[in-house]
Ligand binder design. Sequence first.
Ligand SMILES: [Zn+2]
Length: 217
Amino acid sequence: MKNIMFIAPPAAGKGTQAELVVDKYHIPHISTGDILRDISKEDSEIGHYVFETLSSGKLVKDEITYQLIEERLKNSDCRNGFIIDGFPRTLNQAIEYDKILANLGYSIGNVIYININEKTLEKRITGRRICEDCKTIYNINDPNNAPQIESICDNCGGKLYQRNDDNLASFQTRYKMYQEKTEPILNHYREMNVLHEVNGEDTVENVFNEIDKIISE
Ligand SMILES: [Zn+2]
């Protein structure tokens, strides 16, 4: 099993696809968000630093993130492949990540780019509704996933709500950041011949089938 990295714009379904891969292949899902949250609970110098940084809404220094990722990847459960999630987000981080892998004797593996149109993402974001009670997720802009009545859950009759950050302005900010910071990573891995592109416009199931083909090769 090769290591897997996903690169995708916000709301492209990266998290869902990562879970599907984990369910099928039982490899660890290395999420930098989880690593940071875990370390922030530790009573140590680095734990306190991460706790304070996250609490104040700032970004953890890259050097600290690199160190934590390297430590996590050293664990024996990563020797037979893993998914890295939420990292790298910039070209500099990608270059540093390559070095970490080389240090540990790991290969980059497959970098999977979920390619999806900005307008599709806008529709997904602005149409997303969540049930207050059973947490079922709907999309009023997607006929295959819309509730019968726009504000009521089909499953349990609960009220549907929209998350605060599921709005156009917030999406556009995140998308712009992705274009500026993350997109340059694509060329980096394309030049290394490890980049695979999948069509993110398709259904969750079909996107997963495409991904599965790549990683089972
Ligand atoms: Zn419900």
